[in-house]
Design a protein around this ligand. Structure first.
Ligand SMILES: [Zn+2]
Length: 112
């Protein structure tokens, strides 16, 4: 394991977490809905890319391919399966990882 890369991964992950928190904090549901998808794609591409890069540097191409596929799955999951509640702005991740939630678990508004 390349330690510098490992530390860089956590620094970037932490920066993204804080950036997202500040970006969406106190914003109205329309803003959250508008920006959720592009932000989620960028986030998961960066995090997924870092993980795939770390595995690739270990030199195992089979593991790299599996991690790359998993990373793409999480990009798709974060961007297209997660709904934003129009009522309260809560992010609703699909509980079974495939089917988007139909109702907000916080306020009960129907999700589209
Ligand atoms: Zn809600």
């Amino acid at each position: 394991m390349n330690e510098t890369l490992f530390i860089a991964y956590f620094v970037i992950w932490f920066a993204l977490a804080i950036g997202n928190f500040l970006l969406f904090r106190g914003k109205d549901p329309a803003f959250r809905k508008r920006w959720h998808r592009p932000v989620a794609v960028v986030n998961s591409l960066i995090i997924g890319g870092m993980i795939v890069l770390m595995v690739a540097l270990m030199g195992d191409w089979r593991a790299t391919a599996i991690f790359a596929a998993a990373a793409l799955f999480f990009v798709w999951l974060a961007a297209f399966r997660t709904r934003v509640c129009p009522g309260c702005g809560k992010f609703a991740q699909p509980r079974n990882l495939i089917t988007p939630e139909k109702f907000c678990s916080k306020c009960g508004t129907a999700l589209e």
